[in-house]
Design a protein around this ligand. Structure first.
Ligand code: THU
Length: 130
């Protein structure tokens, strides 16, 4: 997909970042992605008194993707509490990998990159023979 409105996607990430529940880390994160049918899905991190149970912003995003009827992601951005572009953590790269389009793009501090540049030679559904 050509005309991705990155500024609008970043705005959605900054907006949802303000809904983060982060009493333990005090590190809010917002994530937003464009789907292959033109929807924007978002998520924020939601922490827990049992620290390891906390959910990254990307967890909420993929949950919203499924709840909204599924589909695939064509563009992704993520921001920290200052609204600056943030790289998804390793676990979340794997989460996103499951729902990427072949040419999904990711917003990074080094520019807009193909998803495969941030998770090369990924493990995915094809390895399970689906
Ligand atoms: N976090 C995310 O939500 N996504 C990431 O990709 C990086 C980390 C959250 C988890 C935790 O709530 C906080 O940032 C600090 O690690």
């Amino acid at each position: 997909m050509e005309n991705i409105e990155w500024e609008s996607l970043r705005g959605a990430a900054r907006s949802v970042m303000q809904q983060a529940y982060v009493p333990y880390s005090n590190y809010p994160v917002g994530a937003a992605a464009l789907t292959d049918d033109g929807r924007i899905v978002t998520g924020c991190n939601v922490e827990n008194a049992s620290y390891g149970v906390g959910l990254c912003a990307e967890c909420g995003l993929v949950s919203e993707l499924a709840r909204g009827g599924g589909g695939r992601l064509v563009a992704f951005t993520c921001c920290d509490g200052l609204g600056e572009i943030l790289m998804p953590c390793g676990r979340c790269r794997q989460l996103l990998n499951e729902f990427k389009t072949e040419d999904m793009l990711v917003d990074t501090p080094k520019g807009i990159l193909p998803f495969d540049a941030i998770l090369p030679q990924s493990f995915g559904p094809a390895h399970l023979g689906r």
